[in-house]
Design a protein. Sequence first.
Length: 358
Amino acid sequence: MKNSLPSEIRAFLSEGTVIPAHPLALDQNRKLDERYQRALTRYYVDAGAGGIAVGVHTTQFEIRMPEFNLYEKVLTLAAEEVALAGPGRHFVKVAGIVGPTAQAAAEASTAKSLGYDMGLLSCGGLAGLTEDELIDRARRIAEIIPVFGFYLQPAVGGRILSFDFWRRFADIENVHAIKVAAFDRYQTLDVVRGVCHSTRSDEIALYTGNDDNIVADLLTPYRVDCRGKIVEKRFVGGLLGHWAFWTRKAVALLDEVKKLKPEGVQDMLANGVRITDVNAAVFDPSNNFHGCIAGINEILRRQGLLPTNYCLLEKETLSPGQAAEIDRVHDAYPDLHDDHFIQENLSTWLSPKNAYHA
């Protein structure tokens, strides 16, 4: 198929990797700070991530609004840094794609022209479309760029989608992965069942976006009865806002999960509870996730990777008490953060482009 995903990237994606959802660096005037934006990408590359997702929820969907007009700019900055990192390793560039079909097609074309490998296709904000219309939209985008599906939770703009939707979605030829960020076990199972019942089950890589359930997702074998045949699928990696911070430790975590022996499962599950506790502080579920992006930005600001925790919209801020919760989990789980790694490399990441890549 034209515009299909190269076989080496398909294989890399199927093995499973860490893909941080890339935040947006804003200065004190809520303007894009290119120096820090580049530094973040450098951090992810040097931390060992296998890709980045740009223009997604963590980057702030508002970058597309005419008054900001940052979509192409932030995709360009990230692509430049990845290209300058040099050959010798796989690194998957994923661009967020949203909106009605015409807008989504335009974004897909922009991403493709900038060298992005895949488009993370969100159905958020499209409550007026039927599932048939969403499938037609996905087919159209798949003609332009390889598709990474995205189940976005309703609390941050997503919608409920059926088992049948995900079965049909997985059948689309140029769909190669799905990120499940439903934050709901029932809806997560709908996606996995749908993929297992698809004719392309073996060709779809499942990535967890359930920031509240990362380790359990990565450890769980899903065994689905498909007309008398048991089909097993696993989440092979993650595309996560949670992995936008403390990324080096996330890379180590996924590597440990892949090598885990049966006797280590209980300890790993216990570690997963600690990670979920961190996520509760950062993603702010007690306030319906109001402070989730500001929470990620605050962690990165404290580490020196962002100049502020600001979002484009002034109403998007930390919730009352959220900063104290971030203090608590940072101090409670020192083995989960990578402050020392960042301090060792921060001045290099913040150096001018030519100096960093000399």
